[in-house]
Design a protein around this ligand. Structure first.
Ligand code: DQA
Length: 137
């Protein structure tokens, strides 16, 4: 089973960025733990701070991979383009957020991805990715 985690802007700073909100683990460290815990899954990771690059990656993998865990970060709340890309592809997308976006500022309550996601996992810290991954098993 081939699954990719796609992370959007500023998630390359996990571990250093607002640790009270996002925790103190770096994503590469967490990703290694996931790979070790789920050796039966062919798991990939991609991160970009650039909206168009995220769209390119969604299009590239979106007709052949078994699933996409997408944390589009701030673009979740602004990007019609990423929302349209999720709608255009055939691979199922789980929208993931580390923090509970609904307990934060009002602008984080809107998502251009949710309507076309297979499911949404929000607010369980880094564990949100693992819960989303388990939904494919
Ligand atoms: C986030 C929530 C977004 O509102 C924010 O812009 C992020 C991270 C999360 O995982 O909690 O960068 O997607």
């Amino acid at each position: 089973m081939k699954i990719i985690i796609i992370n959007g802007p500023n998630l390359n700073l996990l571990g250093k960025r607002e640790p009270e909100v996002y925790g103190s683990t770096t994503f590469p460290d967490y990703f290694l733990q996931l790979q070790q815990a789920y050796p039966q899954i062919d798991l990939e990771y991609y991160q970009s701070n650039i909206e168009g690059e995220l769209i390119d990656k969604i299009q590239e993998v979106g007709f052949s991979y078994d699933g996409i865990l997408l944390n589009a970060a701030a673009y979740t709340h602004t990007s019609v383009g990423i929302g349209d890309a999720v709608k255009a592809i055939s691979s199922p997308v789980i929208e993931v957020h580390i923090s509970n976006t609904f307990s934060r500022e009002a602008f984080r309550h809107q998502s251009f991805i949710s309507a076309n996601a297979k499911g949404i996992i929000i607010g369980f810290g880094m564990k949100s990715y693992e819960l989303a991954l388990q939904s494919f098993l």
